[in-house]
Design a protein around this ligand. Structure first.
Ligand code: SAM
Length: 260
């Protein structure tokens, strides 16, 4: 055990596993591991940013481990704002899981707000090109990030043609959550899709991520366009490729059946 305690908001454990390396769990639920974090963070970030093609202002809600922020900063963004409820998550992950943030919290483009993402979205007048909800599941502190009001605030704070991506769990076990999120997102956005990413530590098959926008072209970008944009970034990834980007939106029947 590297660390175990209750923070101001949740129970936090950091421990070492012989297969997955160092593991972060919050309220008893594995959040991320050294060994397989790249599957999730690459797909949560590069799908919306490559699809958008010119994001300058990116917002991450949650993401206190720093993995999503690290990937966002590999794009030529001007500002990356991260709103994290629990300062202790950032401090402990920076200290004990430094490979996730890799200095991202110290990047001059980064701005960190400590607070409830639901409150932040309700109060802010800022506009963002891409909003990434990298939260825990819809229980406890995370619940505020799955409400109709929250999705409406995200819609209000997206610049024209912007994209909201959301962490929507493992549908094999969290079917109702996916259905509820799909229904609520469709209330706010004209074009709502879901894509999948396998995360070895999340048993139950692939995880679904929501992709919501009012710009239907973003869903229809050809692999050639995605490949040209990705090549221009001159970054290497271990899971994301332009072909995987496109294919991830092709869903198996049991997941399609859950989406209203
Ligand atoms: N990678 C994980 C996953 O796959 O689901 C998510 C990782 S990240 C550690 C989740 C973060 O969301 C945590 O740091 C937690 O403190 C934060 N969080 C939960 N509820 C929040 C809220 N209402 N506002 C802001 N951050 C929140």
């Amino acid at each position: 055990m590297v660390f175990e305690d209750k923070t101001e908001h949740q129970h936090l454990i950091l421990f070492d596993n012989p297969i997955f390396g160092r593991v972060l769990a919050l309220d008893g639920i594995v959040q991320t591991t050294e060994r397989d974090e790249f599957f999730y963070h690459e797909m949560l970030v590069h799908v919306p940013l490559v699809a958008h093609g010119a994001a300058q202002n990116v917002l991450i809600i949650g993401g206190g481990d720093g993995g999503s922020l690290r990937e966002v900063l590999r794009h030529p963004v001007e500002h990356a704002t991260l709103v994290e409820l629990d300062r202790t998550v950032i401090d402990l992950c920076t200290e004990h899981l430094p490979g996730l943030s890799q200095g991202a919290f110290d990047d001059p483009r980064t701005q960190v707000h400590i607070g409830n993402g639901g409150r932040f979205m309700a109060d802010t007048e800022q506009k963002f090109d891409v909003i990434i909800v990298d939260s825990t599941d819809p229980m406890g502190p995370g619940e505020a990030l799955f409400t109709q009001a929250f999705y409406g605030d995200c819609k209000r704070c997206l610049s024209p043609g912007g994209v909201l991506v959301t962490q929507n769990g493992v549908p094999f076990f969290q079917a109702d959550e996916l259905t509820r999120a799909g229904r609520r997102l469709r209330q706010e956005f004209s074009d709502v899709g879901f894509y999948t990413v396998p995360v070895p530590t999340y048993v139950g098959g692939p995880m679904t991520l929501g992709f919501s926008t009012d710009n239907p072209d973003l869903h229809r970008l050809g692999t050639d366009v995605l490949a040209a944009r990705f090549a221009a970034l001159e970054i290497t990834t271990r899971y994301y490729t332009p072909h995987v980007h496109r294919a991830a939106f092709d869903l198996p029947g049991y997941i399609t059946a859950l989406i209203p």
